[in-house]
Design a protein around this ligand. Structure first.
Ligand code: PEP
Ligand code: MN
Length: 337
């Protein structure tokens, strides 16, 4: 069960409720900043406590879900606000940009182009998780600075990966949304720390994560007090070397049945091939995503990471034109999409 208390509930009252729950042997967790108490397990001693403090209880949600805060029982929908750019029910968000920020010129050109197409959220990697230590691993802080400037010139927001918690303070200075990469989806200590942060989180699905594991990863962030989480389906590993990953669009309606969190798709990592990004973007929107994150590069052949899946400006232009037929029909606000 979840007890949602009024936001004005005094701290002493919350402490008192918590004390009485503990006295009654009722396992629970208070969620900072959300005025929420998650009750773990049922107990006949619970109802008298709820009755006693009824004036502070906004509502109760009955759920036996292992991820109560991420579950539909707690909320019907959530719209995540990325410093003014919204994603969720009725609000389509396009996030686009290069896999890695490679130079000031590259990120400027890309941001200028994307902004001219109505994109409000610029993606780009500054610290890259690479399979080989000899591959390009990003320009770090310099890349964050270039990307922030390029975004600001165009009134865009920035989403970038927090590769490690030691980089959190630095990334926080430049990003509007923090990406948890596929490889970190089960970095539980990192997830808990991101729960304390006052910025939205883009939680990519682990490449071999079950839906339950993914939603439990989201629960780590939510139970830390950060309720601004967007899920991103980025493809799962399969047996077949002809596809880099399998973009699992079947889970889009499933996630919408199970959770109130917005879900977007990453057709770039999800396919690994530029030629498949456009059709799978359309498929993802048809399946019900609230947005996309797409890798775009001024000259994909020269890209320092993920060059096979980056689309050029021309293809991105075509993508937005085709996409607008869907997004205009399905969403209230979607920029030019
Ligand atoms: C990326 O967005 O460039 C990236 C590394 O994504 P993922 O964590 O999904 O592999
Ligand atoms: Mn990439």
């Amino acid at each position: 069960m979840i007890l949602q208390l009024n936001h004005t509930t005094p701290f002493e009252i919350i402490s008192q409720i918590s004390f009485e729950l503990t006295q009654g042997n009722i396992a629970h967790r208070f969620v900072q900043r959300q005025s929420v108490i998650v009750i773990l397990g049922a107990s006949p001693q619970l109802q008298p406590i709820i009755d006693k403090y009824h004036q502070y209880v906004q509502h109760t949600s009955e759920t036996s879900s292992v991820y109560p805060l991420a579950s539909k029982a707690f909320r019907q929908t959530t719209v995540v606000d990325i410093d003014g750019a919204k994603v969720g029910e009725g609000q389509f968000a396009m996030m686009a940009g290069p896999c890695s920020v490679e130079s000031e010129k590259q990120i400027n050109e890309t941001a200028d182009f994307l902004a001219s197409k109505g994109v409000k959220i610029l993606r780009g990697g500054a610290y890259k998780p690479r399979t080989s230590p000899y591959s390009f691993r990003g320009h770090g802080k310099q890349a964050l600075q270039w990307m922030r400037k390029a975004a600001d010139r165009n009134g865009m927001k920035v989403v970038t990966e927090v590769l490690d918690l030691s980089l959190l303070d630095e990334v926080m200075q430049y990003a509007d949304m923090l990406q948890v990469g596929s490889r970190n989806m089960q970095n539980f200590y990192m997830l808990a720390e991101l729960g304390k942060v006052d910025k939205p989180i883009l939680l990519k699905r682990g490449m071999h994560a079950k839906v339950k594991e993914w939603l439990l990863a989201a629960e780590y962030i939510l139970s830390g007090g950060n309720d601004q989480v967007v899920l991103c389906e980025r493809g799962i590993r399969s047996f077949d070397p002809d596809t880099r990953n399998v973009l699992d669009l079947g889970i889009v309606p499933l996630i919408k049945e199970l959770s109130h969190l917005p879900i977007i798709a990453d057709p770039s990592h999800g396919t690994g091939k530029a030629s498949r990004v456009l059709p799978m973007s359309l498929a993802a929107v048809a399946a019900g995503v609230h947005g996309l994150i797409v890798e775009v590069h001024p000259n994909p052949a020269q890209a320092l990471s993920d060059k096979d899946q980056a689309i050029n400006f021309e293809t991105f232009d075509m993508l937005t034109q085709k996409l607008s037929a869907y997004t205009d029909a399905l969403f209230e606000t979607s920029g030019t999409y």
